[in-house]
Design a protein. Structure first.
Length: 167
């Protein structure tokens, strides 16, 4: 490929893109030609590329992910439910991506920062690995008990101290 334009623009160029490919209503893999998107003042030859799109059936896998409580400064937060401290996260996506995702790559967190003392039902937030082909089903809420920490967050002997506590 040859690229033409101001040297400063070409020097910063590391990749080119195409417009988004619409896969709605597609049931099988396909190939099409797409025009490349060049930055302003830059052109190139060829200016089109062949794009191959693989359509694969979606796979699903359930992973048991520990729930971590964040934002608990000055509070004692106990994960009451689920009893084992883990939530079932259903990962969906391309079969190869779903097969290779590890439970340790997912994080389920509950932010207790704005929760007043008492018992609360909160939906955890799931953090996925940097993989755009994965998504997760909505999680059910978990139950946390928030109590003031009379010691102001200092560790007491035999306690799990600090600002993050998991179950």
């Amino acid at each position: 490929m040859r690229v033409y334009g101001p040297e400063a623009a070409i020097r910063t160029l590391s990749s080119l893109t195409t417009p988004p490919v619409n896969v709605d209503q597609r049931k099988a893999s396909f190939v099409l030609r797409q025009r490349l998107s060049f930055p302003p003042g830059v052109s190139g030859t060829p200016d089109t590329v062949e794009v191959r799109v693989a359509i694969v059936p979606e796979a699903a896998r359930t992973l048991q992910v520990p729930v971590t409580v964040v934002g608990a400064e000055g509070k004692r937060v106990t994960l009451v439910e689920p009893a084992g401290g883990k939530v079932a996260v259903v990962a969906r996506g391309a079969p190869d991506a779903v097969a290779k995702v590890a439970e340790s790559a997912l994080r389920a967190t509950v932010n207790a920062g704005m929760l007043p003392p008492g018992r609360h039902r909160v939906v955890p937030t799931v953090t996925l690995p940097d993989d755009r082909v994965l998504r997760v089903d909505p999680l059910p809420p978990v139950t946390v008990l928030v109590e003031p920490d009379e010691d102001g967050g200092r560790k007491r002997e035999g306690e799990i101290g600090g600002t993050e506590r998991g179950g």
